[in-house]
Design a protein around this ligand. Structure first.
Ligand code: SF4
Length: 713
C-alpha cells in the first residue's frame, strides 16, 4: 500500500474489529497511519481481512471529537444527528476539561445522593481494553454503588455464556479456532464466518481442503457453505428441533459415548427423556431438514475421531438462545466430543474484546472472573479487595436499563443518569425508537466516544476519547488469548485516553484512585485486574505480555505456557461434570402473519462493523459497501414485483426503514436479511426487544416485517 514511500515507525498491535484477534503492524508516517500489515500472530499467521487491512483511516476522520462538549440549555434531545462538526454548535458548546468532567460526574453524584445508587447505570465497551473494562465496572460498583453495569455482550453471546456457565462451568471456548486442523468434522451453526470472522473462516477452508468435513447449519446459506460437506439450511427459529433430533439419533442408534457420560456428565437421564420425542422423522417438518440427512450428520458427528462445534449469533440471539446453546453442549457431551484435541465447543466471540470485557466483570451479575455478586464468598472477597461496601444484588442488563430509564417517577429503581463509554445503544439496541426515547429521557447522560454517534447526540456531556491505535492496553480474543495493543499515534486535539477519563470521573465521584505510570497507569490497572482474575490470568504479568505479546489462559504461573484446550480431565463445575440440560421448543416471540409476512434476520457484513461508527468512516470499506441493502431471494423479489437495486420499505410493528433490495439466493424464501451498520436505515428500528429469560439477550434474529417497493423519485 505504501510502496516505496517512507515509513517513520512500525508499531506492533492487534486488529480492533472482530474477536479473531489478528495481530497487526501499524505503519506510521508524519504521525499518521498509512498502512497496516498482518503480523505472524497465533490467531492469524500474518493473515488479515479487508477490515483489518484497510479499515484504519477512521482514526484520522475529520468527524473525530476533539473537544469536550456540553449540551446547550434548553436544546431538545432529538434523533436528528448532525454529523458535520460545523453543525454541532447548534446543540452543544465547547467546554474545558475541568468544566466538562466536573459537570459530567457532579450531576451523576447528585442523582446518586438524591435518588440512591440504582438511579445510575453504566455501559462500558467491548471495543475498549481489558483495563478500561475493569476500571469501568469498578467505578460503577464502588462509585455509583450498584451493579447496573453491562455492555454489548448482552446483545451477542449472553445466552451462550449463560448455558456454558451452567453446563461446563466456564463461559469461554474449550478449544481454539486453529484446533479445527485436528478435527475430523466441524459443525458451524448460526454463524457466517466469511463475513464476521473472516480470518477464522480461512482456517476452516484450509481444514476442508485437508479433509475435515464441514457441516454448515444456518437458515441462510452463506459463502462458507461452498466448502461444506453438508449444508443444513434449517427453518429460522427451529434450532432446538434440529439439534434435539441429532441428540435423539445418537442416543437411539447406540452411538452415545457411554463411558464419557458415566464418568464426566450429569443429568443424562433427564436429557434422554427430554429428546425422546424429537425423532428426526418427527422434526423434519419442523426444521425443514430431511430425517435421513439429520441422521447422517448426527452419525458422522458421533463417530468422528474428533469433532468441534463453532457457533455465532444465529444461535444466541433468540428468546431460546440459552436453550440453543444447551443443545450444543449436550450434543458434544453425549458424543464425548469435548476435552481433547479437535473436539469441543467454540462460541465465536464477536467484538475484539467481548471475551475480555466479560472476564473483567463488565456484566451486572458477575464480579471479575465470573464471580457472582450474590455469592457470599465472592462478595466478601471483592469488598475486602476494593476496600468498600458493595451491592449484593445483580444489576439490570442493557435492555432492562432502557426500560428502567422510562419507568414512572415513583419507581425506586428508575434509572435517571448514565455513563456510556464506547457503546452506541442508540444504534445497537433492539426497538430503537424505544431505546432512543429512553436515552433522551435520562436526566443526565455522559457519553465518552471518538465520534458523534447516535448515542452521543442524545448526551448532556460528550467526552472525546481515544481510538484503538492511540492507546496501549490488552484485549482478549475468542481463543482466550490475552494480547497487547500498543499506542502508534497521538490522539487528535484535546481527546484523552479512556483510562484517564474513567479515573477522572471516579475521582469526581469521590473515589481516591491512584494508578501511576505511563499511558494512564495501564500496567498498574492490569496488575490489579490480574489479582482479581488470578484463577485465569495469574501467570500473565505485564512484563510477560510486553515480552510475548500474546498468551493463552488459563495460565497459572510465569512458566505456564497457557492451556489451549480445557476440560481435559474435569469441568470447572461443582461436581466436576458437564451438566446436560434438556431443552423444549419455545417459539419466537413474534410470528409472521398476513400483515407482516416476512421473517427479518439482522446481522453484519464483511466490510462494516456493528453500528458502523468506525467502518462507515473508513474510505475503502465505505467505498465497497456504501449503501444499506436488504437481501431477498430471487423468487421473493419477483413475487413482490421488485428488481435488484430498487428502493424498498421494510416495516415492522415498531418502525420502518428504506433501503435497496439486493438479490441473495442464500436467503430463504419468506425471510429478509438486513445488516445493522447503516444509521440512515437502522435495522434495529424494526427488531423486537423480547428477551431470552436466562441470558437476557434480545431476539435480533427473528421478527415479523412487511416489504413494499418505493417509487424511485
Ligand atoms: Fe481484524 Fe477480525 Fe479481520 Fe482479523 S478477521 S483482520 S481480527 S476483522
Amino acid at each position: 500500500l505504501v510502496g516505496s514511500q517512507r515509513v517513520d515507525r512500525e508499531v506492533a498491535s492487534v486488529c480492533p474489529f472482530c474477536g479473531v484477534g489478528c495481530l497487526v503492524t501499524y505503519k506510521v508516517r508524519d504521525g499518521k497511519l498509512v498502512a497496516v500489515d498482518g503480523r505472524d500472530g497465533p490467531a492469524n499467521g500474518s493473515r488479515l481481512c479487508v477490515k483489518g487491512r484497510f479499515g484504519f483511516d477512521y482514526a484520522h476522520h475529520p468527524h473525530r471529537l476533539t473537544k469536550p462538549l456540553i449540551r446547550k440549555s434548553g436544546v431538545a434531545k432529538d434523533g436528528n444527528v448532525r454529523r458535520d462538526p460545523a453543525r454541532w454548535s447548534e446543540v452543544f458548546r465547547e467546554a474545558s476539561w475541568d468544566e466538562a468532567l466536573d459537570f459530567a460526574a457532579g450531576k451523576l453524584r447528585t442523582l446518586r445522593d438524591g435518588h440512591g445508587p440504582k438511579a445510575l447505570a453504566g455501559f462500558g465497551s467491548a471495543k475498549g481494553t481489558n483495563e478500561e473494562a475493569y476500571l469501568f465496572q469498578k467505578l460503577v460498583r464502588t462509585g455509583f454503588g450498584s451493579n447496573n453495569v453491562d455492555h454489548c455482550t448482552r446483545l451477542c453471546h449472553a445466552s451462550s455464556v449463560a448455558a456454558l456457565l451452567e453446563g461446563v462451568g466456564s463461559g469461554a471456548v474449550s478449544n481454539q479456532v486453529n484446533d479445527i486442523q485436528h478435527s475430523e468434522l466441524i459443525i458451524v451453526i448460526g454463524s457466517n464466518p466469511t463475513s464476521n470472522h473472516p480470518v477464522a473462516a480461512t482456517w476452516m477452508k484450509n481444514a476442508a481442503r485437508t479433509g475435515t468435513k464441514i457441516v454448515v447449519a444456518d437458515p441462510r446459506a452463506t459463502e462458507i457453505s461452498r466448502h461444506a460437506w453438508r449444508t443444513l439450511q434449517f427453518k429460522a427459529d427451529s434450532d432446538v428441533a434440529l439439534l434435539n433430533a441429532m441428540i435423539h439419533t445418537i442416543i437411539q442408534e447406540g452411538l452415545a459415548n457411554e463411558e464419557f457420560i458415566a464418568q464426566r456428565a450429569s443429568n443424562y437421564e433427564a436429557l434422554r427423556e427430554g429428546v425422546a420425542r424429537f425423532s428426526p422423522e418427527a422434526m423434519e417438518g419442523v426444521c425443514g431438514i430431511p430425517a435421513a440427512t439429520i441422521r447422517e450428520v448426527a452419525r458422522a458427528f458421533a463417530t468422528a475421531r474428533s469433532a468441534m462445534i463453532l457457533w455465532g449469533m444465529g444461535v444466541s440471539q433468540h428468546v431460546h438462545g440459552t436453550d440453543n446453546a444447551r443443545c450444543l453442549i449436550a450434543l458434544c457431551a453425549v458424543a464425548g466430543q469435548i476435552g481433547k484435541p479437535g473436539s469441543g465447543l467454540h462460541p465465536l466471540r464477536g467484538q475484539n474484546n467481548v471475551q475480555g470485557a466479560s472476564d473483567a466483570g463488565l456484566i451486572p451479575m458477575m464480579f471479575p472472573n465470573y464471580q457472582r455478586v450474590d455469592n457470599h464468598d465472592a462478595h466478601a472477597w471483592f469488598e475486602q479487595f476494593w476496600g468498600t461496601r458493595l451491592d449484593a444484588q445483580p444489576g439490570y442488563t442493557v435492555v432492562e436499563i432502557m426500560h428502567k430509564a422510562l419507568a414512572p417517577q415513583g419507581d425506586p429503581h428508575k434509572v435517571r443518569g448514565m455513563y456510556i463509554a464506547g457503546e452506541n445503544p442508540a444504534m445497537s439496541d433492539p426497538d430503537l425508537n424505544h431505546a432512543r426515547a429512553a436515552l433522551a429521557a435520562l436526566e443526565h447522560l455522559v457519553v465518552q466516544d471518538i465520534f458523534m454517534t447516535e448515542t452521543a447526540w442524545l448526551a448532556d456531556v460528550v467526552l472525546p476519547a481515544t481510538a484503538w491505535p492511540e492507546k496501549t492496553g490488552t484485549v482478549t480474543n475468542t481463543d482466550r488469548m490475552l494480547q497487547l495493543g500498543r499506542r502508534a499515534i497521538a490522539a487528535p486535539g484535546e481527546a484523552k485516553p479512556d483510562l484517564w477519563l474513567i479515573q477522572q470521573m471516579a475521582r469526581r465521584m469521590g473515589l481516591a484512585w491512584n494508578y501511576p505510570g505511563p499511558d494512564a497507569g495501564v500496567a498498574a490497572v492490569y496488575e490489579e485486574m490480574r489479582q482479581a482474575q488470578h484463577a485465569a490470568i495469574g501467570g500473565i504479568s505485564w512484563e510477560r505480555l510486553e515480552r510475548e505479546g500474546s498468551v493463552t489462559y488459563p495460565c497459572l504461573g510465569e512458566d505456564d505456557p497457557g492451556q489451549p484446550i480445557v476440560f481435559v480431565d474435569r469441568f470447572p463445575t461443582p461436581d466436576g461434570r458437564v451438566k446436560l440440560v434438556p431443552a423444549g421448543l419455545v417459539p419466537a416471540d413474534e410470528q409472521t402473519d398476513a400483515a407482516f409476512p416476512f421473517v427479518l434476520i439482522t446481522g453484519r457484513q464483511l466490510e462494516h462493523w456493528h453500528t458502523g461508527s468506525m467502518t462507515r468512516r473508513s474510505a475503502v470499506l465505505d467505498a465497497i459497501e456504501p449503501v444499506a441493502t436488504a437481501c431477498l431471494c430471487g423468487a421473493d423479489i419477483e413475487a413482490l414485483g421488485l428488481a435488484p437495486g430498487q428502493p424498498i420499505r421494510v416495516r415492522s410493528r415498531r418502525g420502518e426503514v428504506e433501503l435497496q433490495v439486493r438479490r441473495d439466493d442464500g436467503t430463504a424464501p419468506g425471510s429478509v436479511f438486513i445488516p445493522f451498520a447503516y444509521a440512515e436505515a437502522a435495522a434495529n428500528l424494526l427488531t423486537n426487544a423480547a428477551l431470552d429469560p436466562f441470558g437476557k439477550i434480545p431476539e435480533f434474529k427473528y421478527c415479523a416485517v412487511a416489504i413494499e417497493g418505493v417509487a424511485i423519485a
